[in-house]
Design a protein around this ligand. Sequence first.
Ligand code: AMP
Ligand code: MG
Length: 334
Amino acid sequence: MTICLGIESTAHTFSCSLVDEQNILSDVRSIYKPPEGSGIHPREASRHHAEESANVLREALATAKVSIKDVDVLAYSAGPGLGPCLRVGAVVARCLASYHAKPLVPVNHAVGHVELGIRLTHARDPLVLLVSGGHCMILLFSSRRWRVIGETLDITPGQLLDQFGRELGFASPCGARIEELAAKSSKYIRLPYTVKGNDVSYSGLLTAAKKALSSNRVEDVCYSLQETAFAMLAEATERALAFSRKDELLVVGGVAANRRLAEMLATICDRQGARLHVVPIRYAGDCGAQIACTGLEAYKAGIMVEPMKAFVRQSWRIDATDVPWREQSIKISS
Ligand code: AMP
Ligand code: MG
């Protein structure tokens, strides 16, 4: 068995995870919490990561009952993400790789969400909806890469929910609290609905939802915000399913934890004759396991970097990232 240690630090979460080919041996996280009503401050989040990194690593090794000497390969999230946060993970990974003479693998964080989702749900060749704080994309695998066939034209669903939640005085991330409030209403207030082809746009919806708070119950606005935002995603995803004729849909990323979104996606899958796979809630948001699982596959496909060249890329797109192992696995199973 090959053991991989994955380090995640793109935004609010610093996490270390140990995996082998069969199991997630540990996945330990420490999440930076900004003050109520505020968003992530990159410098403060990176300070949190630097302070927590040793504890998180120690606990991840102890939970997995693995010594650092038994780790075969190290992986870190090299982007996309917030520069100061990414650099903490890269420095930790670089130091460990140099000191212990281990191979080092840079992982694209978005590929990490998708690969972990596939591993956990056993999806074979799905259309993927990646919805999180940093991403909103509909993805199809073709010619060694995940290709983006639909995306947001402005902010992501995670940013929509978090920025709306901050208006209510909550601290980010706010998606789960908005989901709780939305479940207490069934009164729909009309809000802007913007789908352009396979793309969605949320900035007008955010402004209108904030305005609606002055003359409506909070629960009704939360309900209407979710209904509108998720119906937009469902429409764009249904069009992509019909176009691609895929018979599986996989939803990953922090917003995949939302039950109402899963319900709407189940409806479109029924209509299109596709099977819905939702990443398990525990692994929906950012975590070391997404980096460790992807790093292990990448390592076996020969992807490595010299520690001195282990840089970060704040805006590293998923469709600029080679995924050579996936082509192989699809060939083998078909
Ligand atoms: P990630 O960037 O993948 O860690 O995902 C974080 C995002 O997921 C944040 O914007 C959260 O508000 C959002 N999120 C977490 N739980 C839920 C939920 N139950 N419903 C909607 N969004 C959620
Ligand atoms: Mg993420």
